[in-house]
Design a protein around this ligand. Sequence first.
Ligand SMILES: [Zn+2]
Length: 149
Amino acid sequence: MSGVPVTVPSFRRAKPQSLRPRAPKQARERFRGSARSRGYTTEWDRLRDDYIRERPSCEECLRRGFLRPAVVVDHMVPIRCDPARRLDASNLDSLCDDHHNGWKRRLEQFAEQTRQVEMLPIWIKQAETRPAGFQITRTGPINADGTFR
Ligand SMILES: [Zn+2]
């Protein structure tokens, strides 16, 4: 026996906040300047992507014996201090957000205040050379090569 087609009423639900369209890119860039005007080009994007693919864990966490994903590729000597090192792979360090916004910011401030900005890559990669107050005193269970202690 064939029935009468049933029509199911549909209700439109409001989109959750996350699905609502964002302000247009142009409007957002008005505040910060475009990515390109801030000195980030396709060349940088490629270098950063290659670097973080090879070193996907925060390098500072590893130096401290912990394993955590990196979210940024940091310029050890900041671009504003030495623009020539912007695309220099030996000036890069993969970092987690905490190390980028906390530890690295403090180390950078110290280096600038004491006019030792060129020491940053050495201090960062060879932790035992760091000035007092920046030395690693306690370490976690991971070795620098990723194996366990
Ligand atoms: Zn970290």
